[in-house]
Design a binder for this molecule. Structure first.
Ligand code: NAP
Length: 282
């Protein structure tokens, strides 16, 4: 019998996950289908119960349900619990178990585009929203210590650090301070929505003080090249966009569901094709 997977969100029509995951099911000859489900906030609990009853094997969770879904799952992985958000659900013995693969997806992409071991580098995260939290907590949980955070709303950066259950040596700084001291960091992780389509000319900060040997990761992938990435490239600095993080978080979900490591290049290519682009990080 065909195995059913999917993604829930509101909105959901824009999601690249169905085309990416269905391609891999097909390529590996699996009798499975991945379906987007448009679920309203008020219907979330009913939707999760329904998915369990009809035998859904696993699904992704996207905005705005990543936190709200947690009480409706049977078990939550400790990292997802700490982050306070679930993006992947796996059926195990008729229970729904929740995970968060966003941070690990980010790490895999950084390893692929930059270097395998960056745990001793000094990082700056720009932004303190949901994506920043997943990346920050996952990096600290893996032993990275030197990660500062700057955000427009200063108290949110401070809160992220204070509430983090993993040990680190982080401080919250203002965007202006980050700009002035950018040479202290060799990894810049841009997690705000500044520069995302349609506001493609906006950048969260000046790269005047960016080190030439630094690496800039902007987790936006629409456009592929944000204003920040363009500015960094002009200084000869190596960069990556958010496509790798998106593909790897999906690949990690696929692996949890099937036990198979999917083809990253093939997944990247189909997303690039869907987005109408002609280049990616690799
Ligand atoms: P979120 O929780 O809403 O956080 C948004 C962040 O952006 C906050 O730090 C917010 O600052 C900042 N921000 C928004 N508008 C701003 C402005 N005009 N000026 C200054 N700061 C501003 O969103 P999220 O879920 O973390 O997502 C953030 C971005 O990451 C989006 O572009 C999303 O597409 C991308 N993303 C990519 C992936 C991937 O797989 N590549 C995964 C998840 C998210 P304040 O706290 O001051 O409001």
């Amino acid at each position: 019998m065909i195995k059913l997977y999917g993604v829930i969100g509101n909105p959901i029509a824009q999601s690249m996950s169905p085309v990416m995951q269905n391609q891999e099911f097909q390529q590996f000859g699996l009798d499975a289908h991945y379906q987007p489900f448009h679920i309203l906030e008020k219907e979330l609990e009913t939707a999760v119960k329904g998915m369990k009853v009809i035998g859904v094997e696993g699904f992704n969770v996207t905005s705005p349900h990543k936190t709200a879904i947690m009480p409706f799952l049977d078990k939550i992985d400790p990292l997802a619990e700490a982050i306070g958000a679930v993006n992947t659900v796996v059926r195990k013995n008729d229970e729904f178990h929740g995970y968060n693969t966003d941070g690990d997806g980010f790490i895999r992409a950084l390893q692929a585009d930059w270097k395998e071991d960056f745990m001793n580098e000094r990082a700056l995260i720009i932004g303190a929203g949901g994506a920043a939290k997943a990346i920050f907590y996952t990096l600290l949980s893996k032993g990275m210590a030197h990660i500062d955070i700057c955000n427009r709303t200063a108290f949110k950066a401070k809160k992220l650090i204070e509430e983090c259950p993993y040990e680190g040596k982080s401080k919250a700084i203002s965007i202006a301070e980050a700009e002035d001291t950018l040479e202290h960091y060799n990894l810049i992780i841009q997690t705000t929505s500044i520069g995302m389509y349609p506001d493609i000319y906006k950048s969260p900060m000046s790269v005047k003080n960016l080190l030439p040997e630094a690496f800039v990761s902007d987790i936006i992938y629409n456009p592929f090249e944000t204003a920040l990435i363009k500015d960094a490239k002009q200084k000869g600095v190596k960069t990556q966009n958010g496509l790798g993080m998106f593909v790897y978080q999906g690949a990690l979900a696929f692996e949890k569901w099937t036990g198979i490591a999917p083809d990253i290049t093939r997944m990247t290519n189909i997303v690039v094709e869907q987005l109408g682009g002609n280049h990616a990080n690799r």
